[in-house]
Design a protein around this ligand. Sequence first.
Ligand code: CP
Length: 312
Amino acid sequence: MRHQFKGEDFLAFKDMTKEEILFITDLSLDFKKKWVSRESHEYLKGQVWAALFEKNSTRTRNAFERAAADLGVKVVYLRPDEMQMTRGEPLKDTARILDRYFDGLFIRTFGHEIVEQCAYWMKNPVINGLTALEHPTQGIADLMTIKEKKGKFEGLKMCYSGNLYNVAYTTMIFCATLGIDLSIACPKGLEPDEKILEETMKRAKESGAKIELTQDFDKALENADIVYGMSQYSMGQSEEEIEYLKKAFKPYQINAEAMKKAKSDAIFMHCLPAHRGEEVTDEVMESDQSVIFDEGENRMHSIKAILAAVAN
Ligand code: CP
């Protein structure tokens, strides 16, 4: 069991134990208390971190910048288009140079192998701000939100509707690890990443969580404590793929009728940004069941906890 993250990378839930996931979630909730009580927590004063975003971001980038400011960390924002890496400099050279200047790297990029390569070449910690495979800082914020709203993990049921991609994979791993039943509603033909599915099923066997992929949206919604909406397509997909996915996901829209099929006290979650009128209606987003802005705020507390835990 390893509760000490100091100096380590934070790359993916698939690499983390149940104890580690719970440790960071609880630490995030502690940091939220400090924020609410306005207790100063400049624990990392003097550190300087690099933030490299190869994709757009509203929540992750700003949550990281604010979390860092509260911890006393200066952030240097790196624009990929201004760096030599976009002119072909190898990642292993870029990573080793950044490692000489900064106390750590927060990175949002494309393939998961990119963050793994950064972690390999850097001695200082690397935090994954989203790859094609996982979105672990989102996962911790989601767990904080579930704990706040439902008070527990084990025995809950989540209905997930949306594209099978990074957020789905992180969600699959945390549900399987913590004993949350997960019913993923998606059209025929969509298959999750094989290795993530394998890891999910292995963990579900240990926790007793029931994990299923179904085309039956009503079945997925039945008895759900959490209805999780996710974009039907992802950044970087072609116009053709997007059109196909929009059509295929049409029957899986989370609207007021769908919410009625879940438990009456079910909460609606979404990592945002949402496409109102596509995967979810405006009515559901604005309803009392929606916890999306608490979830969004929790991005900051969770990133702060992750940063505090891994920083040297
Ligand atoms: N949920 C999330 O990662 O939001 P951003 O893309 O705005 O960072």
